[in-house]
Design a protein around this ligand. Structure first.
Ligand SMILES: C[S@@+](CC[C@H](N)C(=O)[O-])C[C@H]1O[C@@H](n2cnc3c(N)ncnc32)[C@H](O)[C@@H]1O
Ligand SMILES: *[C@@H]1O[C@H](CO)[C@@H](O)[C@H](O)[C@H]1NC(C)=O
Ligand SMILES: *[C@@H]1O[C@H](CO)[C@@H](O)[C@H](O)[C@H]1NC(C)=O
Ligand SMILES: *[C@@H]1O[C@H](CO)[C@@H](O)[C@H](O)[C@H]1NC(C)=O
Length: 234
């Protein structure tokens, strides 16, 4: 009995995840076929905390004053980074939270590439690894193409630098210099910048090393800050 109902639940989850991706395609947020395939392959239902509707297009609380970002933000960031998430490339996800986007990154860059998550709440790193283990990205975690680390993401993750793609999932008052340093020439970073009013900025490091920054859109993210100030009064 239990097994049968679980299968139905899983089947429904996959269908709802597919419907979510279809909707993002219809709205024009997803334009790349690869991004659609990857978001279809990673079931968002595995990453959203129980009690929240996993396939609704809005952010959901995950504890520790953090959220899983809305599906349309994940899709937008994947689209903005798509040509820097080609097979074999290196990607860094700062503030990896639930691990959802890090899992998408590893599916984009494949077994010959590398996806690295950095998150400063150890409990979220542990639960993100459990989430990923249940997902289609599990084999890449097992053989080391994907790793998630506890650390201050403002320092990046030097071990696997330089990166073709860097995503920052929390808003920085200003762009941290170590992240610019860890960007490969020809690489691209997507980062929300600001305090209350934030811009999603796209930072390009040209092959000659010069930095080009443009604003994509206005956004609202939780702050990229110290663990202490995130957890204060929590
Ligand atoms: C919007 S949330 C999660 C985003 C993630 N992409 C997701 O959808 O699950 C931002 C995350 O950044 C983390 N964070 C904030 N400041 C950080 C820092 N200095 N270093 C590492 N992680 C940080 C928070 O703990 C939170 O998990
Ligand atoms: C990781 O596993 C995949 C298959 O799941 C394989 O193609 C790839 O070569 C492996 N990579 C490493 C570094 O072992
Ligand atoms: C670097 O290349 C860009 C074009 O890719 C150019 O606009 C810029 O002037 C160059 N900067 C230097 C210092 O050569
Ligand atoms: C964290 O949550 C607590 C209680 O919900 C709140 O008082 C505090 O201001 C929050 N901190 C941040 C940085 O949002």
């Amino acid at each position: 009995m239990k097994i049968v109902s679980m299968r139905f639940w899983t089947r429904g989850g996959i269908d709802k995840n597919k419907a979510l991706v279809e909707n993002l395609k219809r709205c024009g947020v997803i334009r790349s076929r690869k991004v659609a395939e990857v978001m279809e392959s990673i079931d968002r239902g595995l990453f959203v905390t129980a009690g929240n509707p996993p396939y609704a297009d809005s952010p959901m609380p995950i504890g520790y004053n953090a959220t899983i970002s809305a599906p349309h933000m994940h899709a937008m960031c994947l689209e903005l980074l798509e040509d820097r998430l080609q097979p074999g490339m290196h990607a860094l996800d700062v503030g990896s939270g639930t691990g959802y986007l890090t899992a998408c990154f590893t599916m984009m860059v494949g077994p010959g590439g590398r996806a690295v998550g950095v998150e400063h709440i150890p409990e979220l790193v542990a639960s993100s690894i459990e989430n990923i283990r249940k997902s289609a990205a599990a084999p890449l975690l097992e053989n080391g193409s994907l790793s998630v680390h506890v650390g201050d993401g403002r320092l990046g993750w030097a071990e696997h630098a330089p990166y073709d793609a860097i995503h920052v999932g929390a808003a920085a008052p200003e762009i941290p210099q170590p992240l610019i340093d860890q960007l490969k020439p020809g690489g691209r970073m997507v980062i929300p910048v600001g305090n209350i009013f934030q811009d999603l900025q796209v930072v390009e490091k040209k092959t000659n090393g010069s930095i080009d920054i443009r604003t994509e859109t206005s956004v609202r993210y939780v702050p990229l800050t110290s663990r202490e100030s995130q957890l204060r009064n929590y």
